[in-house]
Design a protein around this ligand. Structure first.
Ligand SMILES: C[S@@+](CC[C@H](N)C(=O)[O-])C[C@H]1O[C@@H](n2cnc3c(N)ncnc32)[C@H](O)[C@@H]1O
Length: 341
């Protein structure tokens, strides 16, 4: 099999091995990528954004209906596991985009034999946009969200007006959002971001009480007061579910992998073409693209496959992705640029 990097310098794939719990892939001279070993039995509380219907049917995930409690940035899972143990009739969803922290939470869930927690290893904004229907969540909590204290980093703060509106739209009537911070200026900043009329809100000083990694960290540094901001939904902001699009596949009459040069595009969606492979035995090319859209970055593989008298451009079978306008654009770019080469 031939592989073409951006430089068109061929490398050879010498091995792929995956036994369901661990594996490795090796390409080129020394670029061995080790896939971290994991214990597959721990993974059952994980909800895949790709392999489930969007929005997720949460009653099906939990095997029952129940009050929905969502934690944003669940970290090592101390809070969500403790609450789930205290309130076994409630359904808890933890959202955490750092995989090592999710993994530690999975171990904690298993250790305490907790059945009413599900975890998502995805950006919380994508989860609220695509996985929860409007007016379905009873309560949202975020403990010690990253405060981005530097002025130049304020743009990274998660709880801006746009996200507060999105959370409002997904909360049930009178649902609550609780944010606890160690950094009072962040609370003040969030208060200014609250969309008019959407929430009633109150703040109060609170002592340490959650025993999470970050609470312990600040306590260890001598901080014994934190601030809680409680927002109660007062009127509804209407933000519809962001839905998958139906992808169009393309047919082209000629395709030449040897002369194919793929040029990136940086518009509403940023499309970066990485390596491509050509399997001459199967008359099939596979192209790796990174598609960056608002809050969502996807690694996407495109197949160009020979049919009797034409070539089809379509998503590679088995590739997990959310069909979005950026994904559609990546397919279009392959069509456009294949006809030039
Ligand atoms: C400062 S830590 C606090 C973690 C935990 N709540 C605690 O008290 O120890 C903030 C957490 O939020 C996660 N996080 C930040 N932005 C996120 C986002 N957009 N989606 C999901 N998780 C996010 C980070 O990975 C990190 O684990």
């Amino acid at each position: 099999m031939e592989v073409f990097r951006r430089s068109q310098e061929p490398i050879t794939i010498s091995g792929i091995d995956f036994d369901g719990t661990s594996g490795w892939i090796q390409g080129g001279v020394s670029n061995k990528i080790v896939v971290k070993k994991f214990n597959a039995s721990l993974l059952s509380p994980l909800v895949s954004i790709y392999e489930n219907e969007r929005p997720v049917d949460w009653s099906k995930q939990f095997g029952r209906k129940g009050p929905m409690i969502v934690e944003i940035g669940s970290g090592l899972g101390e809070f969500i596991v403790h609450r789930a143990e205290q309130f076994p009739k409630q359904n808890f969803v933890g959202i955490e985009y750092d995989w090592p922290r999710v993994y530690k939470t999975l171990r904690r869930i298993s250790r305490f034999n907790i059945k009413n927690v599900r975890l998502l290893n995805v950006d919380a904004r994508v989860v609220f946009e695509r996985l929860f229907l409007p007016v379905t969540i009873d309560s949202v909590v975020a403990l010690f969200p990253c405060p981005w204290p530097k002025r130049s980093h304020i743009k990274h703060r998660l709880f801006n007006r746009e996200f507060l509106q999105l959370i409002n739209s997904r909360l049930a009537d009178h649902g609550e959002l609780k944010i606890v911070t160690d950094f009072y200026p962040y609370l003040e900043w969030i208060s200014d971001e609250i969309p008019a009329q959407a929430f009633r809100y109150s703040e109060r000083k609170i002592p340490p009480q959650f025993d999470t990694k970050f609470e312990r960290r600040w306590q260890g540094q001598g901080q014994n007061e934190f601030w809680e901001l409680l927002l109660t939904k007062q009127s509804s902001v209407a933000i519809p579910l962001k839905e998958d699009i139906i992808l169009k596949e393309f047919s082209i009459s000629h395709f030449n992998a040897q002369s194919l040069t793929l040029v990136d595009e940086k518009k509403d969606a940023v499309i970066l073409f990485k390596e491509h492979f050509f399997d001459s035995r199967k008359s099939r090319a596979m192209i790796h693209a990174i598609v960056v859209e608002k809050n969502l970055t996807q690694h996407f593989w495109i197949a160009v496959v020979k049919q009797s008298d034409h070539w089809m451009i379509r998503p590679l079978e088995g590739c997990l992705f959310i069909p979005t306008p950026g994904i559609q654009r990546a397919l279009e770019l392959v069509r456009e640029q294949s006809s030039i080469s």
